[in-house]
Design a protein around this ligand. Structure first.
Ligand code: PLP
Length: 446
């Protein structure tokens, strides 16, 4: 140990207190009284500073595609840092690692999405995508096309641009005026019969989309942004015809389609992109998280040829210090190598189907379980206090806490239930343990 490391060390029993004294955690976490301090990870197993073991059913924050503790990724970072950790502005200069990764991503991305704008994460990518959509129209002389269509219950980060598109009042209230010219539509959420009654979910959403476009005026709308499967809302899977029909309407009106694939890209749904799963060809795809499995921060906005052409010689006047960070890009390459070598796309479908079926079987007949759904390794469990009215269970967070405290299994709560997104390498016996822990807690929940 170096002197510095020794000096920085705080005893395990003091860490939580020092955390409370000095760290502002995101969101509403000031209310968290009992905070677990993590120290180590391997595969889907985590250990806290007291040595207690956990099973990670969230894959970090929905991104640990290859699991924790991969020495290969640490080596990729170390090798690149020894060569060139980072060098100044990506505006005038480039670097070999970013070029190699862009070339690979252009090959993986749907048809004409051959251009990459690198960021440090999802939120920066969303900001870039929204600005790029507006700027594209502006350059073409369509200067009135400023409106952005989004959905209620969407999550696109909490910056002012993406945060406005985010469809939860909690993230708007108390922050002053948000971005103007953003309209929120009904989310495609078939389980929520209160939103759709007896009507077909997609029909209702498409009619509302057409009406909204007519009201605002197609010539005033730049883009629609959406998560192919809504994560924070509760892993909400739309009907198969939703995205193709949305795409058809937008295309007819010259409105760009931005897919927020921050969670869904790089294997989580059993394909490189959820656009492939739903058979749509967006104009822009925003990615982050799984591109490095979280080992280093990185995002990549994938852009269609026709937009890159409009930006052309004049370029795109916005940038970040860490655009194209070579060490993050080197780690992304090594991460994608593992996904390829270990066939993690097909594995996500295989183990994801196993996990979903196992959970559905274990939870069958439990009164608070409304629905178990998922695509690949994105699973949502809708919890209700009354299955007939489908009234949401008031405090799914208490369920997630109990699953962790009593069984050492980490799941997340969403507004209306639980969400799971384990590493794509999860073992069958680990899937069994997750399902059993959920059953034990949910069967006594009311
Ligand atoms: N978009 C989606 C769909 C997300 O789930 C998230 C984060 O969870 C973001 C955007 C924001 O990404 P980041 O937290 O990396 O800034």
């Amino acid at each position: 140990t170096t002197d510095n490391a020794a000096k920085a060390r705080i005893s395990a029993s003091e860490l939580a207190d020092v955390d409370r004294a000095h760290i502002i955690h995101p969101y509403l976490s000031a209310t968290t009284t009992e905070r677990v301090v993590m120290a180590k990870g391997q595969g889907s197993t985590l250990w806290d500073v007291d040595g207690r073991e956990y099973l990670d059913a969230t894959g970090g924050l929905w991104l640990a595609q290859v699991g924790h503790g991969r020495a290969e990724l640490a080596e990729a970072a170390a090798t690149q840092m020894r060569q060139l950790e980072y060098f100044t502005s990506f505006w005038e200069f480039s670097n070999n690692r970013a070029i190699e990764l862009a070339d690979r991503l252009a090959g993986l991305a749907p048809d004409n999405l051959n251009h990459v704008y690198f960021t440090s994460g999802g939120s920066e990518g969303i900001e870039a995508a929204l600005k790029m959509a507006r700027h594209h129209h502006y350059r073409r002389g369509d200067t009135d096309r400023t409106w952005i269509l989004a959905r209620h219950r969407a999550y696109h980060g909490v910056a002012y641009g993406g945060g406005t598109a985010t469809g939860f009042p909690l993230y708007h209230d108390g922050f002053g005026p948000m971005l103007p010219d953003v309209a929120h539509l009904t989310p495609p959420w078939p389980y929520r019969t209160d939103l759709f009654g007896d009507e077909d979910c997609t029909d209702v959403c498409i009619r509302e989309l057409e009406n909204t476009i007519a009201e605002i005026g197609a010539d005033n709308i730049a883009a629609m942004i959406g998560e192919p499967i809504m994560g924070v809302a509760g892993m909400v899977v739309p009907p198969d015809d939703y995205w193709p029909r949305v795409q058809e309407v937008l295309h007819r009106h010259g409105i760009l389609l931005i897919l927020d694939e921050v969670v869904t890209a790089y294997g989580r749904v059993g394909q490189w992109f959820a656009a492939d799963h739903f058979g749509v060809r967006p104009d822009i795809i925003v990615t982050a998280k799984g591109i490095t499995s979280g080992y280093l921060p990185l995002g990549a906005v994938l852009v269609d040829d026709h937009i890159a052409e409009t930006l052309g010689q004049q370029g795109f006047p916005m940038g970040y210090t860490y655009n194209g960070h070579p060490t993050s890009c080197a780690v992304a390459q090594a991460n994608l190598d593992i996904i390829d070598r270990e066939h993690l796309l097909s594995r996500a479908t295989e183990i994801g189907t196993y996990l979903t079926e196992k959970i559905a079987t274990e939870l069958k007949g439990i009164p608070v379980v409304g629905e178990v759904r998922g695509v690949g390794m994105m699973l949502g469990i809708e919890l209700v206090s009354d299955t007939a009215t489908r009234t949401p269970l008031p405090n799914p967070g208490a369920v997630a806490d109990a699953v962790r405290r009593e069984h050492g299994v980490i799941v997340r709560d969403s507004a209306q239930g639980l969400v799971l997104s384990p590493a794509l390498t999860l073992g069958h016996n680990e899937a069994d343990r997750i399902a059993a822990a959920l059953r034990r807690v949910l069967e006594r929940t009311d």
